[in-house]
Design a protein around this ligand. Structure first.
Ligand code: NAD
Length: 518
């Protein structure tokens, strides 16, 4: 029915045409800033209540857009609207549901610079990071459309004399979709539409830091003619609106991506059966990381330094997959640190709208948390790079943090154990590759990781023992592609749902076995 799935490709912003298109898109989006986007429940548009401004992290006086904060009462109303829509949406043939996604992908593809520009301005992504985010959103939509058709087809069973037997996957019900801000289009759209294409209906509560990108995506769903109530748009604080959603007896599942602490809290909350609840709520949790790159002694240090800098400082280190621990064989420890620091020091930090490699961190809370960890790092290790953070001029307009590297960090220190979610790289010395592997596995997390070595037996050892959901050998630990590296982690990194993988849609379905005796 559809052509085989293929990943989107990126453009090269060193070339003139993509640069011009991105500049034009930033100008266009800038002319649209400051609008108010309503809450939308069952097609009803609501703009009452307290208004929240979403601002550009790199220019704090620039308002990207405004959304009303929903309330717990509106959360109940949204869950009711989703339940009403579920009655009909679950019966829409899967091929029809899938075509909404393919059409959404086509529209984003046509307007990819515009979607990217919204992320440059609202999330302070560099041009390439923003473009990659939009490309990944397209990939999720295209891939899940095809996957839904596969999952919802009749499944094979063993023949049994005198009976007809079949197994059919059906949707589970109404879900609360609670995404993070750091992949404001790709993760938000992927989580939402995976649930929808499998026949469920949802309440989408976007992250407080990126509601406008979500609102622009919601406008696209309206443009597609997705029936009212299939996706309900409910911006507002996690602590109030999110709480109301996850505590509702009328939601069947929560699809969450975010921090470990919030994920664990929601996991506890949905385990409590509420009066009137008829099912065990399902939880899909993708959480944080403390991702490591492990470097052996026999490797090309220049290439690895380039990879480490991209993995640690791309999008200001605000990826769940970002390298936050660099674990280096003692024989190349000093040499690699020198090369990484030289490259990191040369990175362009500033307003990403102007084409800089590193923009601002997402907000004041993040800025303060990162500064706190830099201070902790200075007491736990030795600062190699990062003193520019103190420059008040740098922070005048936005939440900028320069790349920071702290060496001689001990494996059990806070800097090596806690997710910082900013451009702070802890460097640890390993006595041997094997010792490095022990350090790698010594945290609560298990999301991504990379090992570099030219020694075959060590690479095989890493393949077996490096305990993460996404392992990369002789390449960096960021940049997973849909259906190439299905994404999700072990341990406190989540339930290993493997977004962008072939098992993912099963999380939004339940299998019904039907036997008819002749
Ligand atoms: P966060 O946990 O602060 O917020 C995530 C979402 O949860 C937001 O929409 C927020 O409003 C909501 N929320 C907050 N409190 C809530 C509550 N009590 N009830 C219901 N909802 C609530 O995370 P963040 O800062 O948005 O994102 C960064 C985190 O996400 C990092 O830890 C990062 O590693 C993680 N992350 C993980 C993956 C992955 O695939 N494993 C991908 C991206 C980000």
């Amino acid at each position: 029915m559809f052509t085989p799935f293929e990943n989107e490709t990126y453009v090269n912003f060193a070339e003139e045409t993509p640069r011009r298109k991105m500049e034009e898109a930033i100008t266009l989006v800038t002319s649209r800033l400051g609008r108010t986007y309503p809450i939308v429940i069952g097609g009803e548009r609501i703009t009452d209540g307290k208004l929240a401004e979403s601002v550009n992290p790199a220019r704090r006086s620039q308002v990207i857009g405004v959304t009303p904060d929903a309330t717990p009462e509106l959360a109940d109303k949204a869950v009711a609207a989703a339940n009403e829509a579920f009655k009909t949406w679950q019966k829409v043939p899967v091929a029809q549901r899938a075509r909404y996604l393919v059409r959404a992908a086509a529209i984003i593809r046509r307007r990819i610079y515009e979607f990217s520009a919204w992320m440059v301005l609202e999330s302070s992504k560099s041009w390439l990071e923003a473009y990659a985010d939009a490309a990944e959103a397209i990939d999720f939509l295209e891939f899940y459309a095809r996957e839904a058709v596969r999952w919802c087809a009749p499944q094979p069973t063993t023949d049994f004399a005198g009976e007809s037997n079949m197994v059919q996957y059906i949707p589970i019900g109404v879900g609360a979709v609670i995404p993070p801000w750091n992949f404001p289009l790709a993760i938000m759209a992927g989580m939402t539409m995976a649930a929808v294409v499998t026949g469920n209906t949802v309440v989408l509560k976007p992250a407080e830091q990126s509601p406008i990108v979500a609102a622009i995506f919601f406008e696209l769903l309206e443009e597609l003619g997705l029936p009212d109530g299939v996706v309900n748009f409910l911006p507002g604080p996690g602590e109030t609106v999110g709480e109301a959603l996850t505590g509702s007896p009328y939601i069947r599942f929560v699809s969450f991506t975010g921090s470990k602490d919030v994920g664990l809290h929601i996991n506890q909350r949905i385990a409590i059966t509420q009066p009137g609840q008829k099912w065990i709520k399902r939880g899909i949790f993708e959480m944080g990381g403390k991702d490591a790159i492990l470097v052996d002694e026999d490797v090309d240090l220049d290439q690895i330094a380039a990879d480490v800098v991209l993995a640690a400082f791309g999008f200001q280190g605000q990826k769940c997959s970002a390298c936050s621990r660099l674990i280096v064989h003692k024989n190349v420890y000093d040499a690699l640190i020198e090369k990484v620091a030289a490259r990191a020091d040369a990175l362009a930090v500033g307003d990403p709208a102007a084409g800089n490699f590193m923009g601002a961190v997402i907000d004041g809370d993040s800025f303060a948390r990162i500064q706190k960890y830099i201070e902790i790092g200075k007491s736990e290790g030795n600062l190699v790079l990062g003193s520019k953070n103190a420059d008040p001029e740098v922070s005048a307009d936005g939440w900028f943090v320069y790349p920071t590297i702290i060496k001689d960090v001990q494996p059990d220190s806070r800097l090596a154990q806690e997710e910082i979610f900013g451009p702070v790289l802890a460097v640890l010395k390993a006595e041997s590759f094997e010792h490095g592997l022990e350090i790698v596995n010594g945290t609560q997390f298990g999301l991504t990781g990379a090992a570099y070595s030219n020694n075959r037996s060590r690479i095989e050892k890493a393949r077996e023992e490096f305990h993460v959901g996404n392992l990369y050998l002789n390449r960096k630990c960021t940049g997973a592609f849909v259906d190439v590296q299905p994404f999700g982690g072990f341990n406190m990194s989540g339930t290993c749902s493997k977004a962008g993988g072939r098992e993912y849609l099963g999380l939004f379905l339940q299998a019904k076995s039907i036997s008819e005796r002749w």
